[in-house]
Design a protein around this ligand. Structure first.
Ligand code: KIV
Ligand code: ZN
Length: 510
């Protein structure tokens, strides 16, 4: 009989640590609900002590999700653990995840603590966490570069203190698959009380090996993997949930375990995370990239048409592709709209939000004949974020003529007051951004501007991503419209709102 492999999703915590990927409380709840639907076992909702906003986000996820375990990260410090425990009071199944660094370089240079002090603090933290829950995870940070004998000592001590999951992080993505698998095996064999805990892998992707390292850990006894949607995460990211889950499922001849994941929600989760964070999914990304199941070479197409297994190892529909792709049109009613959103994992929490989304849908249907799932997702994201914003785009007029300066006149509503401005520059997008800048008195540095089409065809929604830096903080904004200059203005305004809302928050690992 096959073992269960626990899926621990950290999109909302490690994923959010990616510069510019910060999410609002409502965005986190939306993503968490899709993860719950997907049957993710554990959702790491955040680092409760980071800021009041992070605390409230963990609390909101804990309130909204009932079928998954909800976890908060905490350094091995009393006040972190108390804050995590407090944020999780209203959940059926809370977990506290506490960690302290164990590599020589981290203990000496970062913590400036002796190994004995580190063990003592880890044990104290686990015992403190047991005031709130008996579901406690301990991570020796930078385990991938830690001394194995020392790891055995600290793991044994923390299991004795009450840890029920031991997570082995390759914090800097330094390990390679054989080595990481061997470490996992050796720790499970050598730690005398290892049978009292589940061993877990947490891999970073600095060498592009996060999924391979995690799979190697699973082959060597790990029964939990920590991962993120689209592999989002610090620097080069974490293990990608979709790749890990589908590798284990597709190669059941190799793995003696499987996950509970309902993979049909993978694509909608991927799209949601991408649209919330502005981190675009590359077309050739496994499982969720636009080309992942596209067969271009004629010979492949012929083979696939005759017998799909000739070139396909997975079915696109099993991960959420092609399910009812063409959905709605101009004449579709409110019920059909609502039902389709529900199928996509989008639950609007009030009649008012449903009405707003439906109005936007009708507007779009006037401009665009066929409305696809991707359009619906873009439209709902926009309606949910705009509702909370203090700066709103009211109108935009752009005049362009070959060889002439472009003129943009924009009207924004700023805290309810309408103000307008005009700018002239050689480019239409540039003129639009300059006009917006002149209405807000902020030093902004544009770090990224990109445009992509949401679906096929020239009537497609254009989706624009904008990354702004202000005072050391990086934010991403997204906007979509059938007109890409308007989409650009929406994205810029979205990013501006995030700049205004950005608060100082502690980073767990610094
Ligand atoms: O990468 C890491 O070490 C972490 C820990 C906090 C588990 O994210
Ligand atoms: Zn990490």
């Amino acid at each position: 009989m096959s073992d269960k492999l626990i899926i621990f999703d950290t999109t909302l915590r490690d994923g959010e640590q990616s510069p510019g990927a910060s999410m609002t409380k409502d965005e986190k709840v939306r993503i968490a609900k899709v993860l719950e639907k997907m049957r993710v076992d554990v959702i790491e909702a955040g680092f409760a002590i980071a800021s009041q906003g992070d605390f409230e986000a963990v609390q909101a996820v804990a309130n909204a999700v009932k079928d998954s375990t909800i976890c908060s990260l905490a350094r091995a410090i009393d006040k972190d653990i108390d804050r995590a425990g407090e944020a999780l009071t209203n959940t059926n199944s809370p977990r506290i995840h506490t960690f302290i660094a164990t590599s020589d370089i981290h203990m000496k240079m970062k913590l400036q603590m002796t190994p004995e002090e580190v063990i003592e603090q880890a044990v104290r933290a686990v015992k403190r966490a047991s005031r709130y829950t008996d579901n406690i995870e301990f991570s020796p940070e930078d385990a991938g570069r830690s001394d194995e004998d020392f790891l055995c000592r600290i793991i044994e001590a923390t299991i004795d203190a009450g840890a029920t999951t031991i997570n082995i992080p390759d914090t800097v993505g330094y390990n390679i698959p054989d080595q990481f698998g061997q470490t996992m095996k050796s720790l499970i064999e050598r730690v005398p009380n290892s049978d009292k805990a589940i061993f877990s892998a947490h891999c970073h992707n600095d060498l592009g090996l996060a999924v391979s390292n995690s799979l190697s850990a699973v082959l060597n006894g790990a029964r939990q993997v920590e991962c993120t949607i689209n592999g989002l995460g610090e620097r080069a990211g974490n293990t990608s949930l979709e790749e890990l889950v589908m590798a284990v499922r597709t190669r059941q001849d190799v793995f003696d375990c499987d996950t509970n994941i309902d993979a049909t929600h993978i694509l909608s989760a991927s799209r949601l995370v991408s649209s919330v964070t502005g981190f675009i999914v590359q077309p050739n990304k496994a499982i969720v990239g636009a080309n992942a199941f596209a067969h271009e070479a004629g010979i492949h197409q012929d083979g696939v048409l005759k017998y799909r297994e000739t070139y396909e190892i997975m079915r696109a529909e099993d991960v959420g592709w092609n399910a009812n792709k063409l959905v709605l049109g101009k004449h579709s009613g409110r019920n059909a709209f609502k039902a389709r959103l529900f199928d996509l994992g989008v639950e609007l929490d009030s009649e008012e939000s449903l009405n707003d989304a439906f109005r936007r849908f009708k507007d779009l249907a006037d401009k665009k004949h066929d409305i696809f799932d991707e359009d619906l997702q873009a439209l709902v994201s926009e309606s949910q974020t705009e509702a909370l914003e203090s700066i709103k785009l009211v109108s935009l007029k752009v005049c362009t003529e070959t060889g002439e300066q472009n003129t943009a006149t924009i009207m924004l509503s700023i805290n309810g007051e309408e103000r307008s401005s005009t700018a002239q520059t050689p480019g239409a997008v540039d003129a639009t951004f300059s006009a917006i800048n002149s209405l807000v008195d902020l030093e902004l540095n544009l770090q990224l501007y990109s445009v992509s089409n949401v679906t096929q065809g020239t009537d497609s929604l254009g989706e624009v991503n904008v990354r702004l830096e202000h005072d050391g903080k990086i934010v991403n904004g997204q906007g979509s419209d059938t007109d890409i200059i308007t989409a650009s203005a929406k994205a810029y305004v979205h990013a501006l709102n995030k700049v205004m809302a950005a608060t100082n928050k502690a980073h767990p690992q610094v």
